[in-house]
Design a protein around this ligand. Structure first.
Ligand code: IPD
Ligand code: CA
Ligand code: CA
Length: 314
């Protein structure tokens, strides 16, 4: 394929130039140009997934560069638990540069820089550093998450772990992979033999949000529960079959947009806590290999019956 395109793409480029300069036939030149673009997309040199992977790798290098050498750790949204660093900002800046160089008319939703309009019906959803609390403690579990949304659907998603050099990638309808090798969710069908993962929102001190009841519910039924500290990696690990299920009460679109596609393309299931259709702009997320999904929905429903008394801090 690469060999064919090696000849095919330059040939179209030369045809384009010849038509444009010799005859001035602009619309034919434009058609040739879109063939070139299509050809390059097909060989994977300029497609959305490759661009997202390149942006994620560059961001990952920035994160590794700052790791263990942060000048300042700030807090945001008036919340002492919600941290942000120069690494988050520098990584996001580079991701946006890479994406807009390739696709100048695309829109962006970045955790750190917010929303930027674009003329095209494509929007990149970016978390430049998922796992900031881990990162500030030099705890080596964090990731870069980049997804491409087109007319409300996630079409491309990558989650990159720079510490392990693991690139989890998915394209809608084309499956999910880890460093180029196809991945699938686990085959476990019993919650009692499942290893689950969860995370907690930054407002947990003030609003426990039933985190504890749900945690106790799963603790009493699952084989084991982990808390990795990066929701994007939680999703990627479910997609890769390393974990069987994941629930979290309040996630933002940049935490889970790429992860959602990874899980779906790896054969898993994503819903809200009631087992209904998941909306990436709604907060709760329930993800699993599909086989234990109904059991997880039942545990979440039963958790409402667990009674513990929590006094929020005054
Ligand atoms: C956080 C992580 C964490 C999850 C939090 C997220 P951040 O993202 O994904 O695992 O529990 O809810 O906000 O702040 O490190 O990008
Ligand atoms: Ca995040
Ligand atoms: Ca982040």
């Amino acid at each position: 394929m690469y060999a064919v395109c090696f000849f095919f793409v330059p040939m179209l480029q030369r045809l384009n130039e010849a038509l444009h300069t010799a005859y001035g036939i602009k619309h034919i030149a434009a058609i040739a140009q879109s063939f070139v673009f299509y050809g390059m997309n097909m060989i994977g040199e300029n497609n959305y997934l490759k661009t997202a992977e390149r942006a994620a790798r560059e961001a990952g290098a920035i994160l590794l560069h700052h790791l263990g050498d942060l000048r300042e750790i700030e807090t945001k949204n008036d919340n002492p638990l919600n941290l942000v660093t120069e690494a988050d900002r520098n990584a996001e800046k580079r991701i946006v540069e890479v994406l807009l160089e390739a696709y100048p008319d695309h829109a962006i939703l970045g955790e750190e820089s917010g929303a930027h309009e674009g003329a095209a019906p494509y929007r990149w959803i970016i978390d430049p550093l998922d796992g900031t609390t881990n990162y500030t403690h030099d705890f080596p579990i964090f990731s870069v998450s980049i997804a491409l949304e087109h007319e409300g659907r996630i079409e491309v998603g990558v989650v990159y772990d720079p510490v392990r050099d693991e690139m989890f990638s998915a394209e809608r309808g084309k499956g999910a992979s880890l460093n180029g090798e196809r991945i699938h969710v686990s085959e476990e069908d019993e919650i009692g033999r499942s290893m689950l993962v969860t995370g907690f929102p930054y407002n947990i001190h003030d609003n426990p949000d039933h985190c504890y009841e749900r945690f106790i519910g799963f603790l009493s039924e699952a084989q084991a529960i982990r808390r990795l500290g990066s929701a994007a990696l939680d999703c990627a690990y479910v997609a890769a079959g390393r974990l069987d299920g994941f629930w979290e009460v309040a996630l933002q679109p940049w935490d889970k947009a790429a992860g959602q596609l990874l899980i779906e393309e790896a054969g898993g299931k994503i819903t809200n806590f009631e087992g209904e259709e998941h909306d990436i702009y709604a907060l709760p997320l329930l993800a699993s290999n599909g086989r234990i999904h109904d059991q997880m929905v039942r545990v979440l429903a039963d958790a409402k019956l667990i009674s513990i008394t929590i006094t929020p801090r005054s």
